[in-house]
Design a protein around this ligand. Structure first.
Ligand SMILES: [Zn+2]
Length: 76
């Protein structure tokens, strides 16, 4: 039987309908809902880094964008 840890899916882009592998982590905070230190994370592929970033940026939510690297222990 499969190792349960092996069933962890490759992190995907958070954009609706996008199944591309995540390449970027967008860290954001909604001051109306979250304490200032709190960070929500959206994952984005190369294409949607801008789309999602614009969405968050337009609302003043975007705090940080960092390259997202899946676990370095994974192959490839
Ligand atoms: Zn995407």
């Amino acid at each position: 039987m499969a190792d349960p840890l092996a069933q962890v899916e490759t992190p995907e882009c958070s954009a609706k309908g996008c199944r591309a592998a995540a390449q970027w982590a967008l860290r954001w905070n909604n001051p109306r809902l979250h304490t200032p230190e709190r960070r929500k994370t959206w994952l984005a592929c190369d294409t949607h880094r801008e789309t999602l970033g614009d969405f968050l940026g337009a609302r003043g939510f975007l705090r940080d964008v960092t390259p997202f690297t899946p676990s370095p222990t994974l192959e490839g």
